[in-house]
Design a protein around this ligand. Structure first.
Ligand code: PEP
Length: 235
């Protein structure tokens, strides 16, 4: 399974190093079989020496080698650390920073052309969820416009906007139904994200079409994140 942590705007260079050290020691000791992804903030990126099943990625980047894009990082800055995993389309990028579907697709094409592993996020706002499952599926499929779903290094994360950072996870029944419907179109690994906690990890990972979790808040504490990996190992 894929167990991923999105630090968002949390952790420093120093605390990221300490986090990855603890994570590395935990996976060595436990012999974890999970695919573990960690997305620290850009200021904390480095060439980390971690096991091959732990991959560090970038939360965001502009689709250029380098250039005049103040505040952004491009391929040259990522290359310095040899990183090849990126998060694209996170709801905070779409809703807080106004990233359009066209920009998400442009980023996707660019980083695909560079051979990146891409965690591509989709998810509906609350009013769409209230309109029922067909509206939810239509909305999520629209967020796949311009995205090559046959790309072999694609991972999709279904993250309902109303569940992200709110402490209110989608229910097992909602995730199950949504993933089952999305699975008709998406053959890539399909993660769930949205207020996942150690206590809810088992029931979510047991959902048939759920290949892992993308976790924000609960994963910022490394012991919590290790517990989630341990739960995945126990299944
Ligand atoms: C996320 O940022 O992708 C996320 C799922 O956050 P949280 O776990 O805090 O809801």
């Amino acid at each position: 399974m894929i167990i991923a942590s999105n630090f968002k705007t949390n952790h420093t260079r120093q605390s990221t190093c300490a986090y990855l050290d603890t994570l590395q020691q935990f996976t060595e000791k436990s012999g974890s079989r999970q695919d573990i992804l960690v997305f620290p903030p850009a200021t904390a990126l480095d060439r980390f020496s971690v096991a091959s099943n732990i991959r560090v990625g970038v939360q965001n980047a502009y689709p250029v080698d380098k250039g005049s894009f103040t505040g952004e990082i491009g391929l040259e800055q990522i290359d310095e650390f040899g990183l090849r995993t990126i998060l694209i389309g996170h709801s905070e990028r779409r809703h807080i920073f106004g990233e359009t579907q066209a920009l998400c697709a442009k980023k996707y094409d660019y980083f695909k052309s560079k051979g990146f592993e891409i965690v591509y996020c989709i998810g509906e706002p609350e009013e769409v969820r209230k309109a029922g499952i067909d509206a939810v599926v239509d909305y999520n499929l629209e967020q796949l416009e311009g995205i090559d779903l046959s790309y072999e290094k694609l991972i999709v994360a279904y993250e309902p906007v109303w569940a992200i950072g709110t402490g209110l996870s989608a229910s097992v029944a909602q995730i199950d139904e949504t993933h089952r419907r999305l699975r008709e179109t998406i053959k890539a690994p399909l993660l769930y994200g949205g207020s996942v906690k150690p206590e809810t990890t088992k029931e979510i990972l047991e959902i048939e079409n759920c290949d892992g979790v993308l976790v924000g808040t609960a994963s910022w504490n490394v012991d919590n994140f290790c517990r989630m990996i341990e739960i995945a190992d126990s299944l």
